[in-house]
Design a protein around this ligand. Sequence first.
Ligand SMILES: Cc1cc2nc3c(=O)[nH]c(=O)nc-3n(C[C@H](O)[C@H](O)[C@H](O)COP(=O)(O)OP(=O)(O)OC[C@H]3O[C@@H](n4cnc5c(N)ncnc54)[C@H](O)[C@@H]3O)c2cc1C
Ligand SMILES: *[C@@H]1O[C@H](CO)[C@@H](O)[C@H](O)[C@H]1NC(C)=O
Ligand SMILES: *[C@@H]1O[C@H](CO)[C@@H](O)[C@H](O)[C@H]1NC(C)=O
Ligand SMILES: *[C@@H]1O[C@H](CO)[C@@H](O)[C@H](O)[C@H]1NC(C)=O
Ligand SMILES: *[C@@H]1O[C@H](CO)[C@@H](O)[C@H](O)[C@H]1NC(C)=O
Ligand SMILES: *[C@@H]1O[C@H](CO)[C@@H](O)[C@H](O)[C@H]1NC(C)=O
Length: 643
Amino acid sequence: MKISNFIVRSASILAVALPFVSATPVTARDQLEYEYIVVGSGAGGGPLACRLAMAGHNTLLIEAGNDQNGNINISVPGYQAVVTNDPKLRWDMFVNHYQDQERAMQDPKYTWEVAPYQYHVGSDPPPPAGAKPLGILYPRAGTLGGCVTHNALILITPHASDWDNIASITGDESWAAVNMNQYLDKVYEWLPVEPTDPTILLSDLQLTQHLAGGAAVMGVGPDPLAAVTGLTNTLLNDPNSRLNPARDSTEGFFQIPLIMESGTRTAVRDFIADTVQKGYPLTIRQNCHVTKINFDNSTTPQATGVNFLDGNSLYRASPLSGGTSTPGSATATKEVIISGGAFSTIQLLKLSGIGPASELQQFNISVVSNLPGVGQNMQDRYEIPVNVKHNNSFPILNGCTFDSKPDDACLTRWQDNPYILAQRGAYATNGLAATMGVRSNYASTTDLDLYIFAGPVDFTGYFPDWNDAAVADHQHFSWYTLKAHTRNQAGTVELRSADPLDTPVINFNYFDTGTTAGGADELDLLAMVQAVNMSREALRRYYDYDVLGGTAFVEVEPGEEVQSTEEVGEYIKQRAWGHHASCTAAIGADDDPNAVLDSQFRVRGVQNLRVVDASVFPRIPGIFIQAPIFMISEKAADVILNG
Ligand SMILES: Cc1cc2nc3c(=O)[nH]c(=O)nc-3n(C[C@H](O)[C@H](O)[C@H](O)COP(=O)(O)OP(=O)(O)OC[C@H]3O[C@@H](n4cnc5c(N)ncnc54)[C@H](O)[C@@H]3O)c2cc1C
Ligand SMILES: *[C@@H]1O[C@H](CO)[C@@H](O)[C@H](O)[C@H]1NC(C)=O
Ligand SMILES: *[C@@H]1O[C@H](CO)[C@@H](O)[C@H](O)[C@H]1NC(C)=O
Ligand SMILES: *[C@@H]1O[C@H](CO)[C@@H](O)[C@H](O)[C@H]1NC(C)=O
Ligand SMILES: *[C@@H]1O[C@H](CO)[C@@H](O)[C@H](O)[C@H]1NC(C)=O
Ligand SMILES: *[C@@H]1O[C@H](CO)[C@@H](O)[C@H](O)[C@H]1NC(C)=O
C-alpha cells in the first residue's frame, strides 16, 4: 500500500493514479491505421512519440516489452543494479569484445550457457562439458521506456563539439550546438534531474574519506579538519552547469545528476504515461515485437507500415521468451520511425531489406535499399575499475539487502521518507557518490574525456548476476573509469539468422582489433591507464584524511602487482567493457557511401522512414549517452513536425 501510494504521489507529472496501460490489445485482423508508427519506446522513441501525439497526430508506439509501472525495482534508484536482473524487463544480449574467443575468454566475465538462461561465468573453474560459449553480457531492457527504465540514472549533457561535428559533416547548420540548446530545454520540460543529496553520502565517514581523496587529486581537497563541510560545497558542483561557457573542458570534482524526482526514478516511461493520461492521440501497443517494415513498390520505395507479432517477451534475449504469438500489421499514412536501439534497429532494418546487399542476400532477403553502412561504425566507451576491500563495512549500506524483502531496512527508510530527499538514505542514490572529471593527456579534443566515479560497490562490469556480486559484502569500494570520445569505430551488428526473434551477432572489435590508424587504440588505452593511475592516487590521498577514521583497505583489482603502463594496459584490454553502444546507422554527408541517414534522420534510398535512437550518431557523443539521445529525439520531433 505504502509503495503504490508513494509512487502516485511522487510522480507528480502524472495527472492521475496509475496503473497505466492504454493498449487495448486489438486482434490481428483489426485494421490498424495511424499517421505515425514509432517502434521502440526508449530514450529515442519515447519522447518523440509523445511529441508527435502532443501535436495532435494519431501515433502508435509499439514496444516489445511491457509497462512495469508499480515494480519497485524501476522506482528505487538504489536498485539500479537489481533491476537489470529483473526477468520481466531484461534482455540478455551477449557480445564479443574480441572475435578471437581464446582472447575473449581471458576476461573473467566471459559467459557460457549451461541450460536456457542459466549461465556459467569465468573459466576458473572451467564451464561444464557441453556448455555453449556466449561472450560478454550486454544488458538491455525490453520494457516501456527502454533502457532508461533500468539504467544507472546518470544524466550528463553532451559537449558542444558533438553537435558542431554533425553540422560540419552534413553542412546542416541546425545541428550546431547553439541551435541544439533549445532541445535540451525541451527535455527538461519533462525530465526531472536532481543530484544525490550530499548529506546522505557524507553521513558515512569512510565514504567521505574516499571522496576527500578524490577531491584532493582534483586540487580541491577539503581541510581534513572540516572535510564534511568542505565536501558539501564541492558536491554542489554541477557537471551540467549551463552557466560556465568553458564547461566542456572544465576539470573538477562533481556531484552526479540523476533522472529522478524526490529520489524516485522518473523519466521516459512517465512522460509516455503522462501523455496518454492527458488524452493525446497516443496508442501504446506493448508486448508487440515488430518483425518487418513494409514498403510499397514505388521507384523509391515508401515505408507503409510494419508487421509484428503480439505476445509476451517474444525476443529470445528475454528469459521469459518461448510463449505463443499472433501475427498482425499496422499502417502509417505519414511515416514509420525506428527506435529499437543500436542493436535491434539494425536487425529490423536488415530484415526489412535495408543494409549491405551481400549480407542480405546470404539470408535471401530482397534488397530494398543497399546501404553498406547499416550495422557498421559501432562505437562505445571503455570502462574499467580499481577496486579495494576494507576490513569494515561502509555504514551508508547498513541494512541494505538489495532484495526488497521485508528485512531490506534501506527500502523501508526510502518508503517511509517520501518527502525529504536527505532522509531517504542510500536508496535515493544510484550507489555512485561523485566523480572526477578529467581531460586526459591523450584526449582527442579539448573536452573532458574521463569520468572517474567513486562508490561503495564492487563493480567489475557486466556478467550474469553482477548485481548480487556488486553488493555481496559492504566492504568494497571502486574508483571506476569511463573513457569518453573513444576513437574505435570498428564495431558491427550482423544478422545471425532471418528469424526476427533471434539476437544479432555483435562484435565490438576492441583496441588493437579495431581502429588503429594513427595509434588510435594506443591513445585510448593510455588515457585509461592514466585514469587507473589517478584512481590509485585518490586511494593514496584517502590516507591524508585519516582523521575521519575510515579503515585500511587492500587493492583487489587490478592488484598491487600490476603497475607499469604495459601491465595496466593488459588488465584494461582484458577486462574493459562498455554500455553506450551507438552509431550503427549513422547520419552522414550525401556523398558518403556509408551514411545510413541524412541530416533529418531519413533512411537513404527510401521514403517515409526514419531512425531515431542511439544508432544515429556518426561519432559517440559526450560522456554519457542518454542526454544526447533525448535531445535528438526532441530534434527529430521538431524536424518531422516543422520540416
Ligand atoms: C545497465 C545500463 C545502465 C545504463 N546507465 C546509463 C546512465 O546512467 N546514463 C546514460 O546516459 N546512459 C546509460 N545507459 C545507456 C542508455 O540507457 C541507453 O544507451 C539508451 O537507453 C539507448 O536508447 P535507445 O532509444 O537507443 O534504445 P533503448 O532505450 O534500448 O530502447 C529501445 C526500445 O525498443 C524496443 N524494441 C527493440 N526492438 C523492438 C522490436 N523489434 N519491436 C518492438 N520494440 C522493440 C526495446 O524493447 C526497447 O524498449 C545504460 C545502459 C544500461 C544497459
Ligand atoms: C526485482 O528484480 C529481481 C531480480 O534482480 C527479481 O528477483 C524481483 O522479483 C524483482 N522485484 C519485483 C517486485 O518485481
Ligand atoms: C511488391 O512486389 C513484391 C514482389 O515483386 C510483392 O511480393 C509485394 O506484394 C509487392 N508489394 C506491394 C505493396 O504491392
Ligand atoms: C536461400 O535460398 C536458397 C535457394 O532457394 C536456399 O538454398 C538457401 O538455403 C536459402 N538460404 C537461407 C539462409 O535461407
Ligand atoms: C602510470 O603509473 C605508472 C606507475 O607509477 C607509471 O610507470 C606510468 O608511466 C603511468 N602511466 C600513465 C599512462 O600515466
Ligand atoms: C584486517 O583484519 C585482519 C585481522 O582482523 C588484520 O590482520 C589485517 O591487518 C586487517 N587489514 C586491514 C587492511 O586493516
